[in-house]
Design a binder for this molecule. Structure first.
Ligand code: BTN
Length: 250
């Protein structure tokens, strides 16, 4: 394990060969010592990567990016967690756009898609204190150079999509540099974030059959609510607000 200070001395990067999960590892470090804002933990290999809603995140060692960033916040309110999610998703889209990855979209809440393939997953764990959101662990898994996703028909890597091999460190540095600015939430405008996020929403305005709370519903994704939930307009003109485990895509 080694660490170094990143650009502008604002970033603290710890690299490990292997760990269970970079989110779990970062939490263990935090309980042992006070970590500075924007501490980043990167692992070549995760043995027990965690996905959203109790799923697992599998990633071939040395081929992909799996890392977590600790971010402190001063002024964020407890109910503003989704603004972090939007800012991070949009930053990832920006980097993938620079790499000319086609058909980029955000599948609510924060899967990054290229066409119908998931190229990146995000797991955000917030810490609240009273009415404030004090810090978040931003866990990011990007499928970069992996060429085989057996059993995961909806996953793909940047390499599979573009035909190019990417340098993991270069990609990580670019992303961290952008995140260093975009996650300064005091200087983010929630309305602008929502509007940019909704413009990139996967399957927005497309008629499809969704499973919402175990019922088949024909409708269209329209946007997100103030609370960051997904808004689906049904065929009969009714608006349904969906939470994380409440909707399944076709
Ligand atoms: C998802 O799409 O389900 C979220 C996947 C998040 C995976 C990343 S990899 C780095 C960090 N450490 C983890 O254990 N999970 C996140």
């Amino acid at each position: 394990m080694y660490s170094y200070q990143g650009f502008l001395n604002t970033m603290h990067i710890i690299k490990v060969n292997a760990t269970d999960s970079t989110n779990l590892h970062l939490k263990r470090l935090m309980s042992a010592t006070a970590l500075k804002d924007f501490t980043v933990l990167v692992a070549d290999s995760q043995l027990n990567g965690i996905g959203q809603a109790g799923t697992v995140w599998n990633s071939e060692p040395g081929k992909n990016l799996t890392f977590s960033v600790l971010k402190h916040f001063e002024k964020l309110k407890a109910d503003q967690g989704f603004t972090i999610s939007m800012a991070l998703s949009l930053t990832l889209i920006e980097v993938f756009r620079e790499l000319e990855i086609p058909q980029l979209a955000i599948k609510w809440p924060n899967d990054i898609m290229s066409g119908n393939k998931k190229i990146c997953g995000i797991l955000i764990e917030n810490t609240l204190k009273g009415s404030k959101l004090k810090q978040a662990i931003l866990g990011i898994g990007i499928n970069v150079n992996q060429e085989n996703f057996s059993g995961l028909p909806n996953a793909a890597s940047l390499k599979q999509i573009s035909g190019k091999t990417f340098q993991l460190d270069v990609l990580l540095n670019r992303l961290l540099k952008l995140m260093n600015t975009s996650l300064d939430m005091d200087n983010q405008n929630a309305e602008e974030l929502s509007s940019a996020y909704e413009d990139l929403l996967y399957m927005r305005d497309q008629i499809a059959i969704y499973e919402i709370n175990e019922e088949q519903v024909e409708g269209m994704i329209r946007g997100i609510s103030q609370a960051g939930k997904l808004l689906v307009e049904t065929k009969n003109g009714k608006e349904i607000e969906c939470g994380l485990k409440e909707i399944k895509y076709p």
